[in-house]
Write a new protein. Structure first.
Length: 307
């Protein structure tokens, strides 16, 4: 069992040490490819791997074709749109994610970005407080629930929408009001925290109409994926509504233009940092290693995301 950890943006040293311990205790061999700069390096490294652990690294059809022995890919994190699921399925390769391991880190960042924008990006001038404001959660999964709970703790009124959660008890347990449509959610939210995945249905779905329906002074917070934003619609809404703000952990394709035109009303982190905490780094890495070992020992595919 040869496990390759291929990370252009490496795990923390403690996480790598933990992964190595798990793999070697199971009788496996760990190979590291860190801070690589050329896809050819990944293609060469993956050729003899039985298992692959990645972060945001692209596991394309070309990478899968080069991996002659590969049986499992684990994305250390929740999102897995960086892995070509169809190509993996065609080869009979299992793809898993590690849901929940990065959730608190992303949730804390979402709340921090709300405060950052409400206080004028920490520059001189009169800002506002988030207490008593309405926080909307778009998708009430692992991250969304944590954002909602933190918002409640800060005195916010929290509403949420998730078309895949029909049990009102899930929302009631957190003191969160469930709304019946995405339109109602955006009309209500002073701060809208976005947590939907990038799928064929959601790509480009957050645009002009939803943004224009938001209350005066509203802020859209995106710690999900840039692909879900209709960037032309965003630009148009920000142009017509001088009170709107947009803050994101994933820079838009037109981020330079947004920064130039809208100044302090928009902000993007320099590089995606939602999972960039020591705790999340360790949790996701160890979870990925354990899932691979369990897969080879017992055939467990609990977190499989492809067919």
């Amino acid at each position: 069992m040869k496990i390759l950890v291929a990370t252009e943006k490496p795990f923390a040293k403690k996480a790598v040490e933990g992964i190595r311990e798990i793999v070697e205790e199971a009788g496996g061999e760990l190979a590291l490819l860190e801070k690589y700069t050329d896809k050819a390096q990944l293609l060469e490294a993956v050729a003899e791997a039985d298992a692959l652990i990645v972060r945001s690294d692209k596991v394309t059809a070309e990478v899968i074709a080069a991996a002659r022995r590969l049986r499992i890919v684990v994305r250390a994190g929740a999102g897995y749109d960086n892995v070509d699921l169809a190509a993996a399925s065609e080869r009979g390769i299992v793809v898993m994610n590690t849901p929940g391991q990065n959730s608190n880190a992303v949730a804390e960042l979402a709340v921090a970005l709300m405060i950052f924008m409400s206080r004028n990006r920490f520059t001189p001038g009169t800002g506002s407080e988030i207490q008593s404001k309405t926080l909307g959660i778009h998708a009430y999964g692992n991250v969304g629930r944590l954002v909602g709970r933190k918002g409640k703790a800060l005195g916010m009124n929290v509403v949420a929408y998730d078309p895949f959660l029909s049990d009102p008890a899930v929302f009631e347990a957190d003191g969160v009001r469930r709304v019946g449509s995405v339109e109602e959610l955006y009309k209500t939210a002073d701060f809208l925290s976005l947590h939907i995945p990038a799928t064929a249905e959601t790509k480009g779905s957050i645009g002009y109409d939803l943004l224009m329906s938001m209350p005066k002074g509203a802020t859209l917070v995106n710690t999900a994926r840039k692909e879900v934003i209709d960037e032309e619609g965003l630009m148009r809404a920000l142009t017509e509504r001088e009170d709107l703000k947009y803050v994101t952990d994933i820079a838009a394709g037109n981020q330079a233009a947004l920064d130039e035109v809208f100044g302090k009303r928009v902000f993007a982190t320099p590089k995606k940092m939602g999972a960039e905490t020591a705790e999340a780094n360790l949790n996701a890495g160890l979870a990925a290693a354990r899932q691979i070992v369990d897969f080879f020992r017992t055939g467990n595919t609990r977190f499989q995301v492809n067919k």
